[in-house]
Design a protein around this ligand. Structure first.
Ligand code: 5GP
Length: 114
């Protein structure tokens, strides 16, 4: 399977605005933002969809949520609120098959989502 665009970004083979990085995760500004704050939090290990996760990934997934809340605080959207979501496969509109959490904030979001 060919490498995802996010793996290329992680290896610095493709540019991105990096807002956070550690050994396991990277967070970048979305190239096509849907809100004033739209950041993608991505595990460095390429996992294509949520369906591929198992129990051994629980700590990694939890870490993503903790990093998301820290970024939200840093971006000053924590108090007003934000949305953290993952699209899985075609019905959700997943377009990049390398798991990523969308952190969206800076505006009001509707519910239910369209
Ligand atoms: P999905 O639809 O898979 O949940 O979300 C993929 C997201 O990745 C989209 O919001 C899209 O704008 C973003 N994206 C796709 N290619 C790139 C890229 O090359 N750089 C960045 N920063 N974001 C990208």
């Amino acid at each position: 399977m060919s490498e995802s665009i996010f793996s290329k970004i992680i290896k610095r083979e493709f540019p991105a605005e990096i807002v956070y990085e550690d050994d396991e995760l990277i967070a970048i500004n979305d190239i096509n933002p849907q809100a004033p704050v739209h950041i993608l939090i991505i595990p460095k290990r390429e996992i294509s969809t949520l369906n591929e996760l198992d129990e051994s990934d629980a700590i990694l997934m939890g870490k993503i949520i903790i990093v998301a809340k820290k970024i939200a605080a840093n971006k000053d959207i924590a108090e007003d609120g934000y949305r953290l979501l993952v699209n899985c496969n075609k019905n959700a509109g997943q377009t990049v098959f390398h798991i990523h959490f969308h952190l969206l904030g800076g505006r009001i979001f509707g519910w239910p989502p369209g």
